[in-house]
Design a protein around this ligand. Structure first.
Ligand code: NDP
Length: 394
């Protein structure tokens, strides 16, 4: 029987655990390990009949991770802790020759900058160890990369432009809260925007470019251009691309709160002195904000995330939109989690399932668009994230 080690016990983890238990024939025994074991036990209590063991681990410590992976004899590690832990967990997988999967690319805690460089550099070590590492298997990155690969495989001879459109029309009733880890979310959203056109990166001020997109089943929403991590790998892996951009919806209240917090220094990630103590403002803010994992019971509305792809097929121009709509309350009824955690956790489970089944295989480190999209798209349809394709007017 297989053993699946899941690291991290937040909102996304809860969904991964539920979905792995639903696919227990593939995942076998679940070991759920995180910094705070009580959070692991809370998730376990959702599923009293499942084969789940909980452990405590400091995932910043590679030696501790190596010991845990060996002790439980893991076949795969699913990393749903924070991006800060990607490298230590990857190194522990290399040392123990264990397959690895995550949902977000590495970030250093002291610098609000994410890139694949240090993870891609580990490709050689993964090859040497004879193991597979899959990077960014959430929704975006994740399902959106697979949508692009699916479009390239079945719908186009050449892809010229891609717009990734991420809409969360959910309402949790709080004046201000984030749908996933507040620190990671606010660092991403308050950074400069960036998109890629004609071979170069073009930088914008944060939230400088706004466009209204009409999202099926949700309606028209203000959407802001952000830099997002899948752009880095898609530019490299989708050949012939002329432009790629990423848009995310934000309500006016969210933007006003964020601007105000930024103006007073609450989004700072450098230590400041407070009554003789050193504190990081962003970490303190995280303590004050609602835990995203607690938003599930109060969130209503839908998410709609997709890719709009334009290019050429059989000598003719073509434009398609591949998208997925999910209802927050439906997600909560199934997994005790809101839609953003659900849309991240299900693709993490699917990627890991394909690896354990050998449907995705290889040695080295892979982004999702480098792998066969078909089995992933099939699994999305049966695991709670059914998608649709629309032919659009060119
Ligand atoms: P949460 O903050 O809810 O959970 C993170 C978990 O990681 C917590 O249980 C936390 O432990 C644990 N953790 C943090 N540091 C350590 C450590 N040093 N050792 C062990 N455990 C640790 O985050 P989310 O569930 O919202 O997000 C999880 C991941 O998913 C993030 O990397 C996020 O960026 C990614 N994500 C990806 C998306 C995608 O579409 N690709 C979308 C949304 C999120 P503790 O409880 O003790 O704090």
């Amino acid at each position: 029987m297989k053993t699946t080690l899941i690291i991290g016990a937040g909102g996304v983890s809860r969904v991964v655990v539920h979905k792995c238990v639903q696919n227990a024939d593939v995942f076998g025994r679940i070991v759920l390990a995180s910094r705070t074991i009580a959070r692991c036990d809370l998730i376990k209590s959702d599923l009293p009949d499942a084969d789940i063991v909980t452990k405590s681990v400091d995932a910043d410590n590679t030696e501790e991770l190596i010991k845990l992976i060996k002790e439980v004899n893991a076949d795969i590690v699913i990393n749903v802790a924070l991006p800060y832990q990607d490298l230590t967990i990857m190194d522990a997988c290399i040392a123990t020759k264990t397959a690895y999967l995550d949902t977000a690319n590495y970030e250093h805690p002291d610098e609000a900058k994410f890139e694949y460089k240090l993870q891609w550099e580990r490709d050689v070590a993964f090859k040497k160890a004879g193991i597979m590492g899959v990077l960014g298997s959430g929704f975006d990155p994740g399902a959106t990369n697979v949508f692009c690969a699916y479009a390239a495989k079945h719908y186009f001879d050449e892809i010229h432009t891609i717009d990734i459109l991420d809409c969360n029309a959910g309402d949790h009733g709080y004046a201000f809260a984030t749908n996933f880890n507040p620190e990671i979310n606010l660092r991403e959203v308050s950074s400069k925007g960036r998109y890629w056109e004609n071979g170069e990166w073009i930088e914008t001020e944060p939230m400088e470019i706004m466009q209204v997109w009409d999202y099926p089943e949700v309606g028209s929403k203000d959407s802001y251009l952000l830099y997002h991590e899948e752009l880095e790998s898609l530019v490299k892996n989708i050949k012939g691309l002329k432009r790629i951009r990423f848009f995310m919806t934000f309500g006016q209240s969210y933007l006003t709160h964020m601007k105000c917090l930024e103006n007073v220094g609450m989004l700072g990630i450098k230590e400041v002195e407070h009554k003789g103590m050193k504190i990081v403002p962003m970490e303190f803010l995280k303590t004050l904000l609602p835990d995203p994992a607690s938003l599930g019971p109060r969130t209503t509305g839908k998410t709609n995330i997709g890719v709009l792809v334009e290019g050429i097929k059989d000598g003719k121009k073509r434009k398609i939109y591949i998208y997925q709509v999910k209802d927050h309350e439906e997600c909560f009824a199934e997994t005790n989690s809101q839609g953003v955690s659900y849309s991240t956790g299900v693709p993490a489970m699917i990627g890991a399932k394909l690896m354990l089944q050998g449907k995705w295989s290889g040695e080295g480190v892979f982004n999702l668009e480098q792998l066969d999209p078909d089995p992933f798209m099939d699994e999305m349809n049966t695991q709670g994230l059914p998608w649709q394709i629309k032919e659009m007017e060119v």
